[in-house]
Design a binder for this molecule. Sequence first.
Ligand SMILES: C[S@@+](CC[C@H](N)C(=O)[O-])C[C@H]1O[C@@H](n2cnc3c(N)ncnc32)[C@H](O)[C@@H]1O
Length: 233
Amino acid sequence: METSDSERLGEQLAKPSGAFGLEVAQMMHKGNAAICHDAFKALGAFVPNRVLELGMGNGQHSAAWAERLKVGQWLGLDHAPDMVKEAERLQAVHVAAGRMGFYLAQAEGMVEVLEAKGQLKTGFDAAISVNTLYFWDNPEEVLAQFFSLLKPGAPLILAFRSAGLMRQLEFTRKGFRFWEADELWRLLEQGGFVPEPMQYWVEPEIEFKGKPLAMDHWVAVALKPVDYSGVEF
Ligand SMILES: C[S@@+](CC[C@H](N)C(=O)[O-])C[C@H]1O[C@@H](n2cnc3c(N)ncnc32)[C@H](O)[C@@H]1O
């Protein structure tokens, strides 16, 4: 693949658009199955009724897991208009029934958009985002937004590929920020969350540019603490 092709792929992963974007979204659905599996499995442990997802792509993993976990309402936010449209198209039945909803939003603008859509009458039982933190412009602000949207005791689940792996991929040269697990841990703590021990998983090798490449991912679960000050003991 020429450098320009790599750059194009990198741009599409950050914000899929047009016909190639739809193809990339389909490719992500397949290629991100393992990381999505572990992230959504972690979500299942909390038996959430109302879930917020940032960066759902075409939303196919979201819909499968919303059904599997019997989630009452699943809202997906994405800054790519074509992903919001595609998720709405693919999940039209769930959207019509009010079980799923997809809105256009920047990570830093989640609260404003949900407010405008009348979706902030109650908080969320859980929030999840897979493979998006490489693209956040202002990570502190994104965490602050998640914090304010979650109910006390609710988890934020962030899944991402290791910095070591990302550095080996040519398409990550522009527009991607690589994350070490301890760096995210500190940021979560600074943001008021209580992080659980992070899980590191190694996936089966894939062939990348004719060479074997060991895929991996981290799953971070961090809780919004409960305020016990008004509780009588
Ligand atoms: C690499 S894809 C991951 C899709 C899916 N979560 C997965 O793991 O297969 C990143 C998705 O997040 C969206 N995204 C990236 N940065 C974002 C941001 N700052 N705000 C909102 N959405 C963002 C992209 O448009 C894209 O749909």
